[in-house]
Design a protein around this ligand. Structure first.
Ligand code: SAM
Length: 440
C-alpha cells in the first residue's frame, strides 16, 4: 500500500483532497499513526487501519484542520443577527430560530452564533443551534467550552466580558450561550447524514469546502441545500464564495458576510416578494468550481490556516441567477465598501480597479492593499497577492489578517520557514493585544 492509497481512503471517507493541505501533512499523519500502533511499514498500517474503526477515527483526527476562532469573519454574525434577530426581515417569532454550524470544529463558530443572537435580543428559548463535526477531539473541547487566547482574536473583545468568566487555563463560556448549542459528531458525506429536509433558517458551512475536490464540494452543497429553508441564508468562508456562485447560489448582498440565498430564491426582505421554491443543486450536473485554495494548510500542531483568498479563480463560472441589483452599491457606501462588495460578489476586476484608484488618489494605505491581496489571491495571482500583502505589512507590521494570509501564500509556495515567522509575529501581536485587553 502506497501513500496514494491512503489519500484515496481519506477522500472517500471524509472528502479530504490531500492536495489542498500540501504533500507532507498526510505523510506526517501516517508516520505518527504508524508509530502509535507499532506498524513497521505502510502495508502493516493499512491492515491495522482497515481492521479498526477506532484507528480510522484516529487517522481522521490526525489530518483535520480545526483552525477556528470567535467572531471569525465578524460581518457574517452581524448579518445573521440583523436578519433573524427581533425586528429583522427573517424573524421567526413565534417559532424557534434554527441554525446549523457544520463543521463546528471546537465550538467557537456556533457559540458565536449564540452570542450574536442573544446580544441582538433574541430570547434563549427561541434559539436552537445544531453543531456537527467529524472530529471527536474537537467536539470534546467544544463541550468543555473553556478557551485560551488563540480563540479570541482581533481587538474588539467586548463579547468576552459579557459572555465569559476567567477560569484556570482560559475563559469559560457562560450557560446562556452554551445551552443554546447541541453538539453531535457527524460526517457530512455519510449517506444518512441528517435525513429530512429544509429545517434550518441559516447554515454556516465555512472553511470546509476548500479541502474538497469539485465533485465532493458539489455533493456537500447539495446536502446543505436540502437542509436549508427556501428563504434561508447559507454562509461560507471567504475562499468558498466562487464555488457557491458557480453552483447557482445568489449573493445575499451582505458585504463581507459571504452569505448566499438558494438558487432561484428572491430576497423577501429587499424585494418584498414571496420566496421562490429552491431548485435542488444536482451534484452530478453542477459545474464544479475551478477554484482551489491557493494555499496549503500548515503542519499539525501548527494549524493556523484561514484561507488566503476571498473567492474563486478568475475562470470560475459566473452566477447563473444574479439578481438585477447585484452590482448596485449602496448609495452611501465608501469606495472600499463598494470594492469589498464587488469582491464578495465575484466581480474581481471591479474590486481591483476601485482599490487601485483609492491607492492612486489617496496614497498607500493598509485596507485597500489588504483587499487587493485577497482578490489577487482569489484569482490565482499569487505574486501580486504577495506584493500587496507585503506593502500592507510595511504600513502596519502587526496587521493580523494580512500576516495570516501572507503566511498561507508562503506555505503554498513551499516557504514554510517564512510562513512560520509571519505566524509567530501574528501570535505575538495577539498575545500583546490580549494582555492590553485584560488590563483595560
Ligand atoms: C477549518 S475548520 C472550520 C471551522 C469553522 N467552520 C470555521 O470556519 O471557523 C474545518 C473542520 O472541518 C471538519 N471536517 C472535515 N471533514 C469533515 C466532514 N467530512 N464532515 C464534517 N466535518 C468535517 C474538521 O474536523 C474541522 O474541525
Amino acid at each position: 500500500m502506497k501513500l496514494a492509497g491512503f489519500e484515496r481512503w481519506l477522500k472517500e471517507t471524509m472528502g479530504l483532497d490531500a492536495s489542498t493541505i500540501g504533500p507532507t501533512i498526510v505523510d506526517r499523519a501516517l508516520r505518527e499513526r504508524m508509530a502509535a500502533v507499532g506498524s513497521a511499514d505502510l502495508a502493516g498500517y493499512w491492515q491495522a487501519l482497515r481492521a479498526s474503526p477506532l484507528e480510522q477515527q484516529e487517522l481522521i483526527e490526525a489530518v483535520v484542520v480545526p483552525e477556528t476562532w470567535f467572531f471569525r469573519d465578524r460581518e457574517a454574525f452581524a448579518a445573521l443577527a440583523q436578519r433573524f434577530g427581533p425586528g429583522g426581515a427573517g424573524e421567526r417569532a413565534p417559532e424557534r430560530l434554527r441554525l446549523l454550524s457544520l463543521p463546528c470544529s471546537t465550538g467557537e463558530e456556533p457559540y458565536t452564533m449564540a452570542m450574536a443572537m442573544l446580544d441582538a435580543g433574541l430570547s434563549g428559548e427561541r434559539l436552537a443551534i445544531d453543531a456537527f463535526d467529524i472530529s471527536e477531539r474537537a467536539l470534546a473541547k467544544a463541550r468543555r467550552a473553556i478557551y485560551g487566547n488563540n480563540s479570541f482574536r482581533g481587538s474588539d473583545l467586548q463579547y468576552r466580558e459579557r459572555h465569559f468568566s476567567p477560569v484556570p487555563g482560559g475563559w469559560q463560556l457562560g450557560a446562556a450561550a452554551r445551552e443554546r448549542v447541541g453538539f453531535r459528531q457527524g460526517n457530512v458525506l455519510d449517506i444518512g447524514f441528517l435525513p429530512g429536509a429544509a429545517v434550518y433558517d441559516a447554515v454556516f458551512c465555512r472553511n470546509l469546502l476548500i479541502y474538497f475536490d469539485p465533485p465532493t464540494q458539489a455533493r456537500t452543497v447539495a446536502v446543505l441545500d436540502r437542509l436549508l429553508r427556501p428563504d434561508g441564508l447559507m454562509f461560507v468562508g471567504p475562499a468558498e464564495t466562487g464555488l457557491m456562485l458557480s453552483l447557482g447560489f445568489v449573493s445575499a448582498q451582505l458585504p463581507m458576510a459571504f452569505a448566499f440565498r438558494k438558487p432561484g430564491a428572491t430576497d423577501a426582505a429587499t424585494a418584498g416578494a414571496a420566496v421562490a421554491p429552491a431548485r435542488a443543486v444536482k451534484p452530478a450536473t453542477a459545474k464544479p468550481a475551478t477554484a482551489k485554495p491557493a494555499t496549503a494548510a500548515p503542519a499539525p500542531g501548527k494549524r493556523a490556516s484561514p484561507p488566503a483568498a476571498t473567492g474563486p479563480a478568475a475562470t470560475a463560472p459566473r452566477p447563473r441567477t444574479a439578481p438585477p441589483t447585484a452590482t448596485a452599491p449602496a448609495a452611501d457606501a465608501s469606495p472600499l465598501q463598494t470594492a469589498q462588495r464587488a469582491a464578495d460578489d465575484g466581480r474581481f476586476d471591479e474590486a481591483i480597479a476601485i482599490c487601485q484608484a483609492q491607492l492612486r488618489e489617496r496614497g498607500p494605505s493598509v485596507e485597500p492593499l489588504h483587499l487587493l491581496g485577497l482578490v489577487y489571491g482569489a484569482i490565482g495571482q499569487a505574486t501580486r497577492a504577495e506584493d500587496s500583502f507585503r506593502k500592507a505589512l510595511y504600513l502596519d507590521p502587526a496587521h493580523e489578517e494580512t500576516l495570516m494570509h501572507l503566511a498561507l501564500l508562503l506555505d503554498a509556495k513551499g516557504d514554510a520557514a517564512g510562513a512560520r515567522v509571519l505566524r509567530s509575529r501574528a501570535q505575538r501581536h495577539r498575545k500583546h493585544e490580549s494582555r492590553s485587553g485584560d488590563r483595560a
